[in-house]
Ligand binder design. Structure first.
Ligand SMILES: *Cc1c(COP(=O)(O)O)cnc(C)c1O
Length: 400
């Protein structure tokens, strides 16, 4: 029997420093050991099938995710980024259409718009939920605006009611970047299903992570689902999953090659069996962070834990004025942290030609300057969490 992987899929274990255990920013080594029998069985099925992408595991994952999210259609693709590009195209984005995107997000929220032929127009965020501020979005609308893209970051959804109302008033289509939002539900409805559609990313560190790249589109719209299905597979119309022929077949429109690998689907199906338990463990850890960091004066903002509908802790982040010093202090003691995201999207070199100046998106800029993501994953131990919190407390008491 093959040995279970012992090294984390993403993020090396930091060097041992001092008496406490090192705390990697992310690992899923133990989870992999636990799930290995299931993963191995499915991996062997993939090899026996000889169909390595767009095959039976992918079809099964799509059905399982449709059941989990309640979406009428789940279409597996190569990444969350591809899912956004294909969804925007399938939802009717035309060349030059403007899409309102929050200034604070992962690059793909805005680059997907460009790749789909549209123009991202940035608006500031609400500092409470780090999501698009509907009032700020309203101020950047023009006669060319046709879409608005709320992004659900870290642990909660953006203001879907406010953005929905704005879209309604101005005849805009809502496309959600719900790449981080698996498990987030508002009023019983899963993130990604409040407008034309949404996406999921299965990047390894995400709440439901693969062992490489994979993503999916979620939609209740039959026509959009059919388009995405065609676009992911060289423009071939009709459900082609499980179809072995990939050459010499009909191309109805210029599509992409964005099929999902069956090995990724196999891993995701195994992990899906414990997703709700993982989400519950993440909430427990977030509550433990909250309790231990409550009275640390330098920690200016902690995420509210509980009392928020549909909250799922993908990322636990705090805000502090001396973020970079704190990160260096933690790194020096074997604790890895991450900055999501150090630069606003309008300040990325990729959007330099839009000519935005510092100060235009004050909330997004403050978030870029102050937020620090702490280690959060199901196998993080209370002991490790204590180490992180004790170091943060000591840093703010004594200075670096
Ligand atoms: C992860 C992520 C994406 C992109 O997903 P990939 O699978 O890495 O392509 C897009 N938007 C947000 C907000 C994300 O966090």
């Amino acid at each position: 029997m093959p040995q279970p992987p012992t090294a984390p899929a993403v993020g090396a274990v930091p060097r041992q420093a001092g008496a406490h255990p090192p705390v990697p920013f992310f690992t899923q080594a133990r989870l992999f050991e636990e799930l290995w029998p299931q993963i191995e069985r499915r991996a062997v099925e993939v090899l026996d099938d000889g169909k390595f992408s767009h095959g039976r595991q992918v079809a099964e994952l799509e059905r399982a995710l449709a059941e989990y999210t309640g979406a009428r259609h789940v279409i597996g693709v190569n990444s969350g980024t591809d899912a956004l590009v294909l969804l925007l195209r399938a939802a009717g984005l035309r060349p030059g259409d403007e899409v309102v995107v929050p200034a604070f997000s992962f690059a793909a929220s805005a680059t997907s718009v460009v790749l789909a032929g549209g123009r991202p127009v940035f608006a500031d965020i609400d500092p409470e939920d780090y999501g698009l501020d509907p009032a700020a979005a309203q101020r950047v609308l023009t006669e060319r605006t046709r879409f608005v893209m709320p992004v659900h970051l870290f642990h909660r959804t953006a203001d879907l009611a406010g953005i929905g109302a704005l879209a309604e008033r101005h005849g805009l289509t809502v496309v959600e970047d719900s790449a981080e939002a698996i498990g987030m539900r508002v009023g019983g409805r899963h993130a990604g299903l409040f407008g034309a559609g949404g996406v999921l990313s299965f990047f390894p560190t995400k709440t439901l992570g693969a062992i490489g790249d994979a993503g999916a589109v979620l939609t209740d719209d039959d026509a959009i689902a059919e388009q995405v299905d065609a676009l992911r597979h060289h423009g071939r119309l009709g459900r082609t999953i499980g179809d072995f022929r990939t050459i010499n077949t009909t191309t109805s429109l210029p599509g992409y090659n964005s099929k999902m690998d069956d090995l990724q689907a196999a891993v995701l199906l195994a992990k899906l069996t414990r997703l709700d338990a993982d989400i519950a463990r993440r909430a427990e850890l977030a509550a433990a962070y909250d309790e231990r960091l409550a009275d640390v004066p330098g920690v200016l903002r902690r995420p509210p834990v509980g009392g928020i509908e549909g909250q799922v802790f993908y990322v636990y982040l705090i805000e502090t004025e001396r973020r970079d010093e704190l990160a260096a202090h933690l790194a020096g003691h074997g604790v890895e942290t991450e900055v999501y995201y150090p630069t606003t999207l309008p300040q990325q070199p990729c959007f330099a030609e839009l000519g935005h100046r510092p100060g235009e998106f004050p909330q997004a800029e403050a978030a870029c300057r102050r937020t620090l993501a702490l280690p959060l994953y199901p196998e993080l131990t209370e002991r490790q969490l204590d180490v992180v919190c004790d170091l943060i407390r000591a840093f703010h008491r004594e200075g670096p």
